[in-house]
Design a protein around this ligand. Structure first.
Ligand code: ADP
Ligand code: MG
Length: 359
């Protein structure tokens, strides 16, 4: 019997997926060439090999009931191999589309979903033309491999344009949206076609990195319903299976799609304590063909990320039944690196926000 769940990528998302798998009686295999990968430490088996090693991929295919991924930069060839030799219900399309900002935004355009105006940029002349077309303020981003605000430049004047040195790669130049709120929605589509959404989270970023997520988001009920509707529409129309974390901006009651990721999302870690089922539970259930129920929020919650620079604060924090702390087991505490998170639970949202802020 195939008793393993295979996970491509071995970071904290893999770790939390492994813990979820264990709860429902599955063993796990993590593939990540980093011997020190924190997901590998909790998996039943950790293959610290290359993503393109066919011998290892074959082994994973043979041993796993289902295979999934926890980050976007898995080589397409790896997934193609698994599609032929194993069971990877999500397939390569969600990664192919979401790992490239122009591709994902072009898909949204086709679906009629609002996005920031953008142009493609490959050289300085494109950039200058783009600036003329869109007008300031702007944000330039690398099309691929950017995360936590890395690979992004604010452009507010011609001096900023002059300072930018472009590499030989694709960029996207976006109009800056003067939003009032940033929110995210986790939508999960099962292989049986059922679609569920988690409560919307309101996200606060610091230096381009997610700092806290406030749930429920402080937005109108109608807006919340519309965000869920758009999220469901995206997975349905794109025919994706599994999880999709989608980030949106809200400006004057209008919803703008920002980006998406076909994996568990940092802003949805609050579900580990505040919902009847977590994003990791439903990620697995969706791919195992289990019936999905719309998750419920049991308590108000603020999720706070713990970064490398927070080590001393973590050592001093006093835990009680309404403060749940998760450390990912990464060995090096580096500034800006995500080391863990804390869920502050309670009934008074403003109090929870204050508690998180004073951490
Ligand atoms: P990353 O992959 O690094 O998370 P994002 O596209 O989400 O990249 O950008 C990081 C943050 O930068 C966003 O959460 C938002 O705060 C800000 N940002 C990105 N694009 C825009 C935009 N077009 N207008 C305004 N703010 C933006
Ligand atoms: Mg983002």
């Amino acid at each position: 019997m195939k008793e393993y769940i295979g996970i491509l990528g071995g970071g904290q998302l893999a770790k939390m997926l492994c813990e979820s798998a264990k709860k429902i009686g599955y063993k796990t295999i993590v593939l990540d060439c980093d011997k020190d990968a924190c997901g590998g430490k909790v998996a039943t088996k950790h293959y610290a090999d290359n993503y393109l090693d066919e011998k290892i991929l074959k082994k994973i295919c043979d041993e796993s009931k289902v295979i999934t991924y926890e980050f976007e930069n898995i080589p397409v060839e790896t997934i193609e191999y698994i599609e032929k030799n194993g069971n990877i219900p999500q397939g390569k399309r969600p990664i192919y589309i979401s790992k490239n900002r122009i591709r994902e935004k072009s898909e949204m355009k086709k679906l009629g979903i609002r996005i920031a105006e953008f142009v493609e940029v490959e050289n300085k002349s494109h950039l200058i033309k783009g600036v003329r077309k869109l007008g300031y303020p702007l944000i330039l981003k690398t099309c691929e491999e950017g995360y936590d605000g890395k690979g992004q430049w604010k452009i507010n004047s011609i001096e900023d344009v002059d300072l930018i040195q472009l590499e030989e790669r694709e960029y996207i130049l976006e109009k800056k949206i003067d939003f009032q709120k940033e929110v995210s929605c986790m939508v999960i589509r099962g292989i049986n076609g059922e679609i569920v959404t988690f409560p919307i989270g309101e996200n606060i970023h610091k230096n381009g990195i997610l700092n806290m997520t406030i749930v429920p988001a402080r937005i109108d009920k109608e807006l919340e319903e519309e965000i869920k509707y758009i999220s469901k529409k995206i997975v349905e129309e794109l025919n994706f299976y599994g999880p999709l974390g989608i980030e949106f901006f809200i400006k004057d009651n209008e919803i703008y799609f920002n980006e998406m990721a076909p994996r568990p999302h940092n802003s949805v870690h609050y579900t580990m304590d505040a919902c009847n089922e977590s994003q990791f539970d439903l990620h697995l259930n969706s791919l195992l063909g289990k019936s999905l129920e719309e998750p419920k929020l049991l308590k108000k919650v603020v999720m706070l990320n713990i970064l490398g620079e927070d080590k001393e604060k973590v050592e001093k924090i006093k835990i009680d039944e309404n403060i749940k702390i998760y450390l990912y087991g990464k060995s090096i505490w580096k500034t800006g690196r995500k080391m863990g998170h804390i869920n502050f639970l309670g009934d008074n949202l403003e109090e929870l926000i204050e508690k998180a802020k004073s951490f």
